[in-house]
Design a protein around this ligand. Structure first.
Ligand code: SF4
Ligand code: SF4
Ligand code: SF4
Length: 277
């Protein structure tokens, strides 16, 4: 029994962390939604990581689908919360600490200090669809020089929402819902187009996603990281070959190539023949 608890310590700890957030927000904001929301997400994450530890090949995908679908369909479309970056600006400008701002604070701004780009590996509803495409390993690990496009999208989203406020447009809530639906259609279209063009499911994440403007610098300091045990490594290169984000996982320094792109999918670890990761 002790052995089993030790083996599944990570999902247990993750569940406890989410439950603590759930109860704290429920009591401090006096809104039971937060208890349901974070308990659900914590359960989905604990279930997926538990399955991964038990060597189930679809463990990560289980969490990704449970969380991604919930965020997009329930929070986004049914509850009218624009969870895209425009929604974050919107709630920030009106000074409301609600789902979108809390979501950004937890998953994309402060959370990455702890769990890096875990959001990108286990919860993002854009990647949830893109990961169904056939290019799981990028065709080439050479990056195109178009990463600056993410800053363009980031600035456009900020200008778009600021303009609505400056022009005193009425019923911004409705515009936010429409922009959530249109934005998602646009992201999926661009994501699928880039994936097919570059033969890389995660091309959208590498070049276009505006959220990486937050995610990349914060995950540089991530506590949770994949590290290489040089004593065990035989330099076979398999880990780098299977990495969807082209991370130089053999370099343990924080400055490793594409280090801020790791989505903690553990494909490298799964494929390492020597258990060096
Ligand atoms: S980089 Fe953007 S699109 Fe890709 S998984 Fe992360 S948040 Fe989602
Ligand atoms: S394969 Fe390894 S280094 Fe690459 S993204 Fe996944 S966990 Fe990170
Ligand atoms: S797969 Fe394992 S043994 Fe091979 S290079 Fe990577 S860490 Fe080293």
């Amino acid at each position: 029994m002790k052995e089993k608890i030790r083996k599944f310590a990570l999902p247990i700890v993750l569940f406890i962390i989410f439950e603590t957030v759930a109860i704290s927000l429920w009591l401090s904001l006096d809104d039971i939604f937060y208890l349901f929301n974070f308990s659900y997400i914590g359960t989905a994450i604990a279930l997926g990581t538990g399955l991964m530890i038990a060597n189930h090949k679809n463990g990560r995908r289980v969490t990704q689908l449970l969380v991604g679908m919930y965020m997009m369909l329930y929070l986004g479309i049914i509850s009218n919360e624009n969870m895209q970056i425009e929604g974050f600006w919107y709630y920030l400008f009106i000074g409301v600490f609600e789902a979108a701002t809390i979501h950004y604070a937890v998953a994309k701004i402060f959370g990455p200090l702890l769990f890096g780009r875990g959001w990108c590996g286990y919860a993002c509803w854009t990647a949830m669809i893109l990961d169904f495409l056939p290019y799981k390993k990028p065709y080439t690990h050479e990056r195109k020089k178009i990463g600056w496009l993410r800053y363009v999208l980031f600035i456009i989203s900020l200008i778009f929402v600021s303009s609505l406020f400056l022009a005193k447009v009425g019923n911004i809530e409705r515009i936010m819902l429409i922009s959530f639906i249109v934005g998602n259609i646009l992201y999926y279209t661009l994501g699928i187009f880039l994936a097919i063009s570059f033969k890389d499911n995660r091309a959208f994440c590498k070049y276009l996603c505006p959220i990486t403007v937050f995610l990349k610098p914060m995950s540089y300091f991530s506590l949770l990281r994949v590290k290489c045990d040089k004593e065990k490594c035989i330099s076979c290169g398999l880990c780098k070959k299977v990495c969807p984000m082209d991370v130089d996982v053999l370099d343990n320094s924080r400055k490793r190539k594409n280090g801020t792109e790791c989505i903690l999918c553990f494909e490298c670890k799964k494929n390492c023949p020597k258990g060096a990761l």
